[in-house]
Design a protein around this ligand. Structure first.
Ligand code: UN1
Length: 497
């Protein structure tokens, strides 16, 4: 079969990049399987896309929000109909197992329907004026052209968190998909185009961060930036946007802890730990990468957990019986290898895994064995730094307070979890865990689209995706005063009459 060539979407037309170059998208489970060639775009392509988005904004911002929402409803319906095809294509380009890519498409469907509902809300605030015969209100206004930089681990869900709220709020968009997973973003956008989205309202430019991403951040006509990715890149994006006084939402790393207390339902905690640590091959920002377990149950927990980790079936995510797919690329495999070396040198005890899987059916993909380290101490790098792979550290604690202190003793603050049957401790944890998300008796993954998603500390810069958090980011408040007294009334001065 000839390799499929995918184009950029600019001003409603699918066009090739001016560079004439493409980037190859391969299946991480089978490196000889080429998903397609995607445009290796240049800053000039970004400029064309931003101009198209700015032009489209003139009419899109005036389209009534409930009408904008109709397009989202139809796009959601298109995704429902294409769910299986898009999930298969996502597994092929990203690697995670089919059950999870179906979930990823479902997350975009949920976001489409939720955000479509916002079309008939987008509530503002009315409030009494301090003056007579005067009316006061705050209304939500769109921001303008929004630039979006998406990660590869949720190739459709996370672009949907960015595009769909931005659209219903009346913004137009230029999105740069992750270089490893552009097809799923294109599929999402195709669902919108087929739903009747006017030309230029969403534009897609594929390519590298340095050529495409940075131009988006710097472009004077881009009014807001939404970025999900590494802290390293996020720092540059955030600093650049700050210099231009551009609103910028950053979602970055995590080192998420699951605390298992001595009164926990152990079986439940084991199920949760396995799913939290090895779901998506550990490549979620919210992945469980530290398990803080009470000393009294540690031995039993570790033995059972290691047994279950060894039983996981690793392989090509297109095989329905596989539980853990490949990592996304060579670089991520190298990061996992490097952190396993670091952990060993620091004195952590390797219980299972610790190396890439390279033999037989694994030879042609980026596979890494589910890896568990025990005897990890809070200050070790393996307990502090994000790996973004199937590598989990087990730490021990002797009290609830110590567990909270260990969980909080990191630079990140995305997700946390506590397993206990003690309601008092559960409520203290909900208050005291430093994180944007806390789960009780569930692992650190599993956020739902109608709640704010994001973290504290170095995970983010205070913004949220999902739910009302996204509406807050993609709108700006305008306060409006209407004086119907027919005379000059001075605020703060003429208030005594
Ligand atoms: C991520 O962790 O990278 O909460 C995103 C979850 C998913 C989204 C995760 N709904 O597990």
């Amino acid at each position: 079969m000839p390799t499929r060539i995918f184009l950029n979407l600019i001003g409603g037309r699918w066009v090739a990049s001016r560079t004439g170059k493409t980037l190859r998208n391969i299946n991480p489970a089978r490196k000889d399987d080429v998903v397609g060639e995607f445009q290796a775009s240049s800053p000039e392509d970004v400029d064309a896309a931003v101009n198209a988005a700015a032009e489209a904004w003139k009419t899109w911002r005036l389209t009534p929000a409930p009408q904008r929402a109709q397009i989202l409803y139809r796009a959601g319906q298109n995704l429902v109909e294409r769910k299986e095809q898009y999930a298969q294509e996502m597994t092929r380009e990203m690697g995670k197992v089919l059950a999870e890519t179906r979930g990823d498409v479902q997350e975009a469907i949920d976001t489409a329907f939720y955000m479509a509902g916002e079309g008939r809300r987008l509530f503002g605030v009315t409030t009494p004026s301090e003056l007579r015969n005067k009316f006061a209100m705050s209304v939500r206004m769109p921001v303008g052209v929004c630039g979006m930089i998406a990660p590869w681990n949720f190739p459709m869900a996370i672009p949907s968190w960015k595009l769909l709220p931005a659209l219903v709020c009346g913004n137009t968009c230029v999105i740069k998909p992750a270089t490893d997973t552009p097809l799923s973003t294109i599929n999402l956008v195709q669902a919108l185009v087929d739903a009747g989205l006017p030309p230029g309202v969403v534009n897609v430019v594929t390519g590298s961060g340095s050529q495409v991403g940075m131009r988006l951040v710097e472009h004077p006509r881009v009014q807001a930036i939404s970025f999900t990715g590494s802290s390293e890149v996020g720092r540059v994006v955030g600093q650049t946007a700050a210099g231009l006084f551009k609103p910028c939402s950053l979602e970055m790393g995590g080192k998420n802890a699951m605390i298992v207390l001595d009164d926990a339902n152990l079986d439940l905690a084991l199920d949760g730990a396995l799913w939290g640590a090895f779901g998506t091959t550990g490549q979620r920002c919210t992945a469980t990468s530290r398990i803080i377990v009470h000393r009294d149950i540690a031995k039993e927990f570790i033995r059972e957990f290691v047994d279950r980790a060894e039983d996981l079936k690793v392989g090509d995510g297109l095989d329905e019986s596989v539980q853990v797919g490949p990592q996304i690329n060579r670089q991520q495999i190298e990061t996992s290898i490097r952190y396993c070396e670091i952990a060993r040198k620091e004195g952590a005890k390797l219980m299972t895994g610790g190396k890439p899987l390279t033999k037989g059916a694994y030879a042609n993909g980026y596979f890494f064995a589910p890896t568990v380290f025990a005897k990890v101490k809070p200050g070790m790098r393996i307990a502090q730094e994000e790996v973004f792979g199937p590598v989990v550290s087990i730490l021990e604690c002797s009290s609830f307070d110590e567990a909270i202190a260990i969980s909080n003793g990191i630079q990140y603050g995305l997700s946390t979890s506590l397993y206990t049957r003690d309601v008092n401790r559960a409520f203290r944890a909900m208050r005291d865990l430093e994180a944007g998300i806390t789960y009780i008796n569930a692992p650190t993954i599993g956020a739902e689209v109608h709640l704010p998603f994001g973290g504290v500390k170095q995970t983010g810069n205070g913004h949220r995706e999902g739910g009302i958090g996204a509406i807050d980011f993609y709108t700006t408040w305008k306060s409006v005063y209407v004086d119907y007294s027919d005379k000059l009334q001075r605020a703060q001065i003429d208030t005594g009459e």
